[in-house]
Ligand binder design. Structure first.
Ligand code: ATP
Ligand code: PRP
Ligand code: MG
Length: 280
């Protein structure tokens, strides 16, 4: 039975649970439950703090887990990235008071940097020869400067709204680009590949739609240039001389533009359907 670590709280938990459900797994019904066994799929889910997941997986206590790249690297665990999961994208950045003196990482020498990711920050600064004191906080790190416990912060940035609201401005290089990951131990356990294929199926289903339309067969080449599909479009005969039916996968975000272009080319009866699941 594959033992899977799933985030029980925070930014990752809801989408992780949604993806597993879309991938055909049953999940816990009660948010206080710590373990859920999906016997049909031969998987057991352990609901854990996102920050602890890399520790469990790296030690071999659990086989795989869903967590953020920033949390994985900060943990110092031996767990490895198996695949990115296309959610919880963020960058990890330094920030200091706008109009202040700290404008580059060299200015952090001898200063205090508040963060929830002390290893990530220490490693980054040490490699660049900067000696700062990291102040470990659990969250709401942006308040640390205003409240006088630090001179700068290093934190997760998505829209930047939290930093702006605290009067802080980003400076220095990107510390890390983070995203949600499927992680595993140093050795890949049996059953991991099946979970990975299912999650990748969910990613494809979220990203693509199926476009179908009818077209004079003389226009197939031009239509393929507009939408070429993953391999190539499926073209079937219609019961009308000189016409074909075409089926093709397109990026969800491009679907309307592609439909407009196919319409202008001469396609008829263009419609879009959802992909519910996929295997590649
Ligand atoms: N605003 C955000 N946008 C995108 N990803 C985020 C955001 N905040 C946190 N993350 C990502 O979520 C993961 C952090 O998990 P964590 O549980 O700490 O989330 P959280 O929202 O900070 O939860 P909490 O603060 O309630 O503990 C990290 O990988 C981090 O990069
Ligand atoms: O750039 P933004 O879109 O504003 O998002 C970034 C903020 O989101 C997260 O905070 P969260 O809500 O998780 O609170 P926390 O600081 O307690 O972790 C993160 O720690 C930043 O503070
Ligand atoms: Mg947070």
């Amino acid at each position: 039975m594959l033992r899977v670590a799933v985030p029980n709280k925070g930014s990752l938990s809801e989408i992780a649970a949604e993806m597993l459900a879309e991938a055909g797994y049953s999940g816990r019904r009660d948010a206080r439950k710590l373990v859920h066994r999906d016997a049909r799929n031969d998987v057991e889910f352990f609901y854990l703090r996102p920050r602890d997941i890399a520790t469990y997986v790296g030690s071999g206590a659990l086989d795989v887990g869903i967590t953020g790249r920033d949390l994985l690297l900060d943990s110092g665990s031996e767990a490895v990235e198996i695949s990115a999961l296309d959610f919880a994208d963020s960058t990890f950045r330094f920030a200091a008071p706008a109009e202040g003196e700290i404008r580059e990482i060299a200015h952090l020498d001898g200063r205090r940097v508040a963060t929830s990711y002390p290893k990530l920050v220490d490693d980054f600064l040490r490699e660049r020869g900067v000696e700062a004191v990291t102040v470990k906080l659990d969250g709401a790190v942006e308040s640390a400067v205003e409240l006088g416990v630090a001179d700068a912060v290093a934190d997760v940035v998505s829209t930047g709204a939290t930093l702006r609201a605290a009067g802080l401005e980003i400076f220095g290089p990107v510390i890390l680009e983070s995203t949600a990951l499927l992680i595993g131990g140093p050795e890949r356990r049996e059953g991991t590949d099946r979970l990975l294929r299912r999650l990748q199926g969910v990613l494809v289903a979220r990203k693509y739609v199926i476009l179908e339309y009818d077209l004079p067969d003389s226009l197939i080449e031009a239509a393929t240039e507009i939408a070429s599909g993953i391999e190539s479009p499926t073209v079937s005969p219609l019961n009308k001389d000189g016409w074909v039916a075409v089926r093709v996968m397109v990026h969800r975000d491009d679907a309307n533009e592609v439909m407009d272009r196919l319409h202008d080319l001469g396609a008829k009866g263009i419609f879009v359907t959802q992909v519910h699941a996929a295997r590649f």
